[in-house]
Design a protein around this ligand. Structure first.
Ligand SMILES: O=C(O)CCC(=O)C(=O)O
Ligand SMILES: [Fe+2]
Length: 338
């Protein structure tokens, strides 16, 4: 199909990586990824955010405690009653599908400051680093250069989603910040709507799913990430040295702690490595909302003794981009250890 990025050709140019056993998966009848014995499902905490609206303050505080505990113990959790309607999420999925169904040649030209098309990993040094996927990186609140009607609908829907996801992220971040006596205005001042980023992800069917990931193992360079995924599955997270599959929950959004919150909390909240296993016969879609600050924001560890030195978000981005260019992967927070 002329809309597929040339992932098979990119694979041929890369050496095989020796994948550890735990990365193997088998396929179900429908070609969905399913775990072999090495990978178990994990029951991520599901937090009902409606409890924050209760008049009973004990209920509200219990809910905040659950959020804080999930961020400490898991670094990943699910939220329901999150305030983003199913209608909007389904529209986003539809618009995203249409964007990806345009010819590859047309998608590749999408390189404006506010919307960039990416596929694979141009800096991969082996198959394990390739990422069998394509994505649009969008600055949802910036004025867009609307190329066509598809584009226009996708941008408007992405903006509507970000308009809801931003305040949701800010509320969760503020709750998590209380635990480390962070000033209540820290996130409001540093994470303005126009610094957030949305990534629309598509994972094409992958004939060599045993040799390549849909999305290589990584942690997010964010405070928080909010993910909406379809029902295909494939997301896995690393916990106590073992990979676990995250079962899609149609009513929930996923929330994960990113590197910046791990640094800010002096390592109390965990930015967990995660990856996506490719499916052999079906495509998968997801949308990630990245809650990040402006480039000048200072990330300073709150705790003693400090584990990380202070850095600006600009410094962090520059360092991770340099590492990715040189090695195919980012080193991340390790670079900022004291
Ligand atoms: O597709 C997913 O479920 C996760 C995507 C992801 O990890 C990311 O975009 O950073
Ligand atoms: Fe991620």
């Amino acid at each position: 199909m002329d809309y597929e990025p040339p992932l098979p050709e990119a694979c041929k140019k890369l050496p095989e990586s020796s994948l550890p056993l735990d990365t193997r998966t088998t396929m179900t009848m429908e070609g969905k990824p399913s775990s072999t014995v090495e990978i178990s499902d994990c029951e991520l905490p599901v937090i009902d955010l409606d409890r924050l609206n209760r008049t009973d303050h004990v209920e509200r505080e219990e809910c905040m405690k659950d959020i804080i505990e999930a961020a400490k113990q898991w670094g990943f959790f699910q939220v329901v009653s999150h305030g983003i309607s199913q209608q909007l999420l389904q529209r986003l999925l539809l618009e995203q599908t249409k964007m990806f169904q345009r010819p590859f040649a047309q998608k590749s030209q999408e390189t404006s400051r506010t919307c960039t098309y990416k596929w694979g990993n141009p800096f991969a040094t082996n198959l394990k680093q390739l990422s069998w996927s394509e994505a649009f990186h969008i600055l949802p609140h910036e004025p867009a250069n609307m190329v066509d009607d598809h584009h226009k609908c996708m941008r408007l829907t992405t903006k509507a989603f970000a308009t809801k996801a931003g305040p949701l992220a800010e509320m969760l971040a503020a709750i998590l910040g209380v635990e480390m006596n962070l000033k209540s205005r820290y996130f409001r001042e540093n994470c303005l709507p126009n610094s957030s980023v949305v990534r629309l992800n598509r994972y094409p069917p992958c004939p060599i799913a045993k040799h390549v990931f849909g999305f290589m193992s990584h942690s997010d360079s964010t405070f928080l990430t909010i993910v909406f995924q379809d029902q295909v599955g494939g997301l896995q997270l690393l916990r106590d040295g073992k990979w676990f599959a995250v079962k899609p929950n149609p009513h929930a959004l996923l929330v994960n702690i990113g590197d910046l919150f791990q640094a800010l909390s002096n390592g109390v909240y965990k930015s967990i490595r995660h990856r996506v296993v490719a499916a052999q016969k079906i495509e998968r879609f997801s949308v990630a909302f990245f809650y990040v600050p402006s480039y000048d924001a200072v990330i300073e560890s709150h705790g003693t003794p400090k584990v990380y030195r202070s850095f600006t978000f600009r410094e962090y981005k520059q360092q991770t981009e340099k590492d990715v260019k040189e090695t195919g992967d980012k080193v991340g927070l390790y670079r900022f250890l004291l």
